[in-house]
Design a protein around this ligand. Structure first.
Ligand code: ADP
Ligand code: MG
Length: 600
């Protein structure tokens, strides 16, 4: 894999959650330092301003030292220009650093998810994985940028402004400090309520989203059953819940902000009253009082910042923890350290005492047990048997989509677990019943079989899959969009795209898993030819219900819940009058298209 992770899976196993969070700062350390230095200087300027202006007003003005006075004003102007520049740096580069960190986490998660096996995706919902990748990490930008900055600046400002307050007037400061615990208590309680309401709001948002998703996805069903009203009512209930949750959030938020403003006004009023009293008693100057109230505002802003931070930290860390949980989920199918690359494949496939269960923890419900099977290179083996007997499962074991529990599967005598996974899968082509098309052009969809193929090669493959004539008739030909918001292809056309992909991939081993069973007889007939062409010269495992395909196979394997019940050629199996001949009687004997041509 070319793409590298910022923080490796090894680290996720070894390190603690918080230290993992810090690890993401490492590639951004330059930006982080610039951000912190600028933030520190801004806090310094803010702290110095009232002190300097107090000095200027108190000393230079009464002395009529206008030169120095205006020099100080000029210096302050310069400081503010610098401050504006630094504010820009903090706001722009700081946020950008947060966005970098978020991007790196998201990329790591994506790479990690790509390593997971089929079983992982069997048990996870697409929607919840999407929200893991997108919204869980949504608050991380804010936390990673504002978190350290908030703490750092708050501490500096808190200490600095408190020292300044004490310096200006110790008496007044101590009198005011008595009210401080009240203020802190108020902010903490309401903040807690606010984050609780915010969490509830998030939950209702998630539920309204998933309700809407299922309603829209199922709109054809609800129309068919004339149940639109039922769906509308369900949606209305959801929107009402959502509105109510918003209402509760706004209620707490409004209480918080109005209360907070009130407290601050009260504190300022108190300073004026007490300060005024001290002035009347000639124990304080007017200028000192002005400076004092300025420092009160400076002192209060970190308190606001810190409460803000607790919320940021809660939501950001909750998302980050869910991210870490997922990152720690170990992929169950990986390359062995000494895995070899598979090239120039001959194509012999051997199953030896293979047992498999989807439930890795409890292997008592085995789908396959003690399967022994030889698929010689270049030959076609047809697998038949009742639905649910494990035919698809058997095929999925060959490219290691799932791992065998016991026994081994070998290709050219090499255990597939000792083969590098990508090279193994490059040598196997699969055509299944449902075909997934990416929402892009037909050209790109076919090119998925070999990303390095030229346009000519893609068209060549399409010709072999008998898709070319159809595509040529489209207005945009190979550039026609398919899938979402594009042209909807019929089942047969999709199947041809899948076949063209495999032609392009040109693997020595081929698996056809009921590739044509969803198609009508006519289309099936047409595609059959392309499939035959595809399987020539390749080792093929074919699961089919079509007699002509089965009959022409070199070997037929009958698979049931009890395992492989019999194997042999069509003729041999019919003579044995076992389960295959029974299936044959039921399924094919009176098929007019097939039955008439069978003679034995
Ligand atoms: P066939 O292709 O012969 O119809 P399958 O191989 O699809 O049979 O399924 C065999 C059995 O395994 C069935 O009982 C099915 O319910 C079960 N099964 C198939 N896929 C999964 C899966 N991804 N997770 C758990 N059980 C599965
Ligand atoms: Mg199947």
């Amino acid at each position: 894999m070319n793409a590298k992770m910022t923080v490796t899976e090894e680290d996720f196993k070894k390190k603690k959650v918080f230290s993992l969070f810090l690890s993401y700062y490492r590639p951004n350390i330059g930006l982080f330092l610039i951000d912190m230095i600028c933030a520190f200087l801004i806090a310094g300027i803010d702290l110095a301003f009232p002190m300097i202006s107090r000095q200027a007003l108190q000393t230079y003005l009464p002395d009529k030292d206008y030169r120095t006075f205006f020099f100080v004003v000029g210096a302050l102007l310069l400081a503010f220009v610098l401050r504006a520049g630094m504010q820009f740096v903090v706001s722009y580069w700081g946020h950008l650093m947060g966005a970098n960190i978020e991007m790196q986490m998201r990329r790591d998660l994506f790479l990690h998810l790509q390593k997971q096996s089929f079983s992982f995706y069997d048990s996870s919902r697409t929607g919840s994985l999407m929200s893991r990748i997108l919204s869980d990490l949504f608050d991380i930008t804010e936390l990673s940028h504002h978190g350290p900055e908030d703490i750092f600046i708050s501490v500096v400002t808190l200490v600095g402004s408190f020292a300044a307050l004490l310096f200006i007037n110790a008496q007044l400061t101590i009198a005011m400090a008595i009210f401080l615990p009240l203020l802190i208590l108020f902010t903490l309680t309401l903040r807690k309520k606010m984050s609780h309401a915010a969490m509830k709001l998030k939950e209702t948002t998630a539920s309204i989203n998933s309700d809407l998703e299922s309603s829209i996805a199922g709109v054809r069903v609800s129309k068919a059953f004339a149940n639109e009203d039922h769906e509308a009512n369900r949606f209305f209930r959801g929107t009402k819940n959502y509105r109510n949750a918003r209402g509760r959030f706004y209620y707490v938020m409004s209480t918080f902000f109005s209360g907070m403003e009130f407290m601050i006004s009260l504190l300022n009023l108190l300073a004026i009253a007490l300060g005024g009293y001290l002035i009347m008693k000639d124990r304080m100057t007017v200028i000192d009082l002005v400076a004092f109230t300025l420092y009160i505002s400076a002192f209060l802003s970190p308190i606001r910042k810190l409460t803000n931070f607790t919320e940021l930290f809660q939501s950001g860390m909750a998302g980050f923890k869910r991210f870490v949980d997922l990152m720690r989920y170990e992929p169950d199918i990986l390359n062995r350290p000494n895995a070899v690359t598979l090239d120039s494949v001959h194509g012999d496939i051997t199953f030896r005492h293979v047992s498999f269960s989807y439930n890795q923890k409890d292997s008592s419900d085995k789908i396959l047990s003690d399967i022994n099977l030889i698929i010689p290179a270049g030959k076609t083996v047809a697998v038949v048997g009742p639905s649910g007997s494990g035919k698809t499962t058997l095929c999925h074991l060959i490219p290691r989509f799932y791992e065998v529990n016991e026994g081994e599967i070998c290709i050219d005598g090499k255990d597939i677990r000792d083969i590098e996974i990508h090279s193994l899968r490059r040598n196997i082509g699969i055509v299944q019943q449902d075909v997934f098309l990416f929402p892009t052009t037909i050209m790109e969809n076919i090119r998925y079989g070999d990303l390095s193929a030229t346009d000519e090669e893609v068209i060549e493959a399409a010709k072999k899959a008998q898709l070319d004539t159809f595509v040529r008739a489209l207005p945009d030909q190979y550039d026609t969009y398919v899938g979402e918001r594009g042209l909807l292809l019929s089942g047969g056309q999709k199947q041809r795209v899948a076949i063209a992909r495999v032609f392009l991939k040109n693997p020595p081993i081929l698996i056809l898993d009921e590739a044509t069973s969803a198609l009508d007889t006519q289309t099936e007939h047409e595609i059959q030819h392309a499939l035959e062409l595809l399987s020539t010269g390749r080792t093929s495992v074919v699961i089919a219900h079509r007699l002509s395909t089965i009959r022409s196979a070199d070997k037929i394997v009958y698979l049931s819940e009890n395992g492989i019940e019999e194997e042999g050629s069509h003729k041999e199996l019919l003579q044995r009058s076992g389960p295959y001949s029974e299936l044959y009687q039921i399924q094919f004997a009176d098929d007019p298209a097939e039955g008439t041509t069978v003679s034995f």
